[in-house]
Write a protein that binds this ligand. Sequence first.
Ligand SMILES: [Zn+2]
Length: 152
Amino acid sequence: MAIMEETLTKEPVVPQTPHAPRIAMLGISKGPGGDIVSRFLFRMVRPNRECLPPAVMHTFEHLLTAYMRDAVDGFIDISPMGCRTGFILTVWGEPAESDIKKALVNSLKRTISTEWGKIPGVSEFECSNYRDHSLYGAKKYSLQILEGLFNK
Ligand SMILES: [Zn+2]
């Protein structure tokens, strides 16, 4: 139990401000070999007010993984948050927040122009829940998030 508590306290605290959409640097970790890993919050909707439907999160997971890998040097992963309000991006090094924002904006624009047959990894053999996707929803939220990112 003590080990579990210690592990939990080391997790970065994700600020619960209702402001969304937004992009924020969460923290930097340094490995024993001196490697640096940065984590960014990509909050899509307001915490404890809204959440994305599971099918929309799932489609975003497939698309943002592919599009952010193309756009960000040192990309490691973009992981859906269990609360379904957004994603956590993990990258090697210390990229500028403005570069991460540009990459996310570009990935949302690519999402809007994506056709169903072009989503990576959604066949029955590649995806573990291939029926649970909503490209329509991902496009709808992409428009809402882009509007929110630029109208502040
Ligand atoms: Zn999948």
